[in-house]
Design a protein around this ligand. Structure first.
Ligand SMILES: [Zn+2]
Length: 67
């Protein structure tokens, strides 16, 4: 089974170091912002490259070409 990075669409090897695995869960809605712990976390079979996640978090994806 080959997994593809949702950011760059290249194959990801889940056994590679520092790869990111997607996780879903539940968070409680509050008036004020702030971080809540994720409840009932569930690991998804979705993987992404460390560099891609870093760029996506910084909002740089699409502007920076990955090697
Ligand atoms: Zn990627």
């Amino acid at each position: 089974m080959t997994y593809y990075c949702p950011f760059c669409h290249n194959p990801v090897d889940p056994s590679q170091r520092n790869v990111w695995q997607k996780e879903s869960g539940w968070t409680q809605k509050r008036k004020a912002g702030g971080t809540n712990a994720l409840a009932l976390r569930k690991a998804e079979q979705e993987w992404a490259h460390p560099g891609c996640v870093t760029l996506a978090k910084d909002g740089l994806l699409g502007q920076v070409r990955l090697g």
